[in-house]
Design a protein around this ligand. Structure first.
Ligand SMILES: C[S@@+](CC[C@H](N)C(=O)[O-])C[C@H]1O[C@@H](n2cnc3c(N)ncnc32)[C@H](O)[C@@H]1O
Length: 300
């Protein structure tokens, strides 16, 4: 990564004002950013909790952490970064020697820094390997998934994680391409999907949902979220808030249901009855924010 600041600015953090407001930050707080990414939110949080506060950042992507470490240094606030899955938050906090935190942030999905790099394989418009791993030390790529999966399983996966209407036709074409030519690149896969669906009328590219579904499956994103939400309350002081930003309906449903379950158990109080959405000017400036939904709960 050549220019640290320039690279980080390629990921514009979403709903920053809302995150800062709803976390109710105070100087001296210990805050856990479970998806620290390029450090966009983390840097702003550190400004509110300095000089004695501490930011604990987690990310599955070690390349991201190397860059973020530089970006967050010399801000007059201490921080520690951990290469881990946030579903292992208990182990991270143990390593950090921290029992409880004053606030938790989760900003789900991939960052633009990952998405825009062709070699990461997240984008259907950039020629690259069918990789899609957030953690490049993991051995299982989307290509491996596509090599092994049956047509039926692929159809179900596209339906479940992509809510893809044309899952049957797309799965059939992908499996056919696999046996005739082999699946080698993201753009080849995108072309196969384009050819499988009726002429497009939708605003989104026909490969969008398929790529989303493969990414969610390869990284076991929903499983990580569920595991995390079941245990994070154990590590929050009374009054601590958890803020979650999600970008598609499956994630948002998991967050919503988990908060309701925790409220029923008198563990959380739900602060946002309905999810907050970015305002029009943010959507205009940062198109990626358009599908963001932000939910907040407070530890009782
Ligand atoms: C949308 S970005 C976060 C951007 C960040 N808030 C910022 O302002 O720069 C999501 C980040 O979460 C990381 N991530 C996704 N799932 C994760 C998981 N289960 N455990 C740890 N990190 C994860 C991704 O690698 C990515 O860097």
């Amino acid at each position: 990564m050549s220019n640290n600041t320039e690279d980080r600015l390629l990921h514009e953090p979403v709903m920053v004002e809302e995150v800062l407001e709803y976390l109710c930050l105070r100087p001296g707080n210990v805050i856990l950013d479970c998806t620290v990414g390029g450090g966009g939110h983390a840097g702003k949080i550190m400004e509110k909790i300095k000089p004695d506060g501490c930011l604990i950042g987690i990310d599955r992507d070690s390349e991201m952490l190397n860059m973020t470490k530089q970006y967050l240094s010399n801000r007059g606030c201490s921080f520690r970064l951990y290469h881990a899955n946030y579903s292992d938050v208990d182990e991270v906090l143990k390593m950090a020697n921290i029992d409880k935190v004053h606030g938790v942030l989760l900003d789900l999905g991939v960052s633009s820094l990952q998405f825009d790099r062709a070699e990461r394989g997240f984008s259907f418009s950039k020629e690259g390997p069918i990789d899609m791993r957030m953690d490049r030390s993991a051995s299982f790529m989307a290509q491996d998934l596509l090599r092994k999966i049956s047509e039926r399983e692929l159809q179900e996966l596209l339906k479940k994680y992509g809510e893809e209407r044309w899952s049957k036709r797309i799965a059939r074409r992908i499996i056919k391409e696999r046996s005739v030519r082999g699946l080698k690149s993201t753009t080849q896969l995108a072309r196969v999907i384009e050819g499988a669906v009726p002429v497009k009328r939708s605003k989104i590219h026909p490969a969008t949902r398929v790529f989303q579904a493969l990414r969610i499956a390869v990284n076991r994103e929903l499983e990580s979220l569920e595991i995390f939400l079941d245990k994070i309350h154990n590590f929050m002081v009374t009054g601590a808030r958890i803020v979650v930003i999600s970008f598609h309906s499956l994630e948002d449903r998991i967050v919503k249901n988990s908060f309701i379950k925790m409220e029923d158990k008198n563990v959380f109080h739900i602060v946002t009855k309905k999810p907050l959405r970015p305002n029009a000017s943010e959507i205009e400036k940062n198109v990626r924010s358009r599908s963001a939904k932000l939910r907040v709960a407070e530890r009782i």
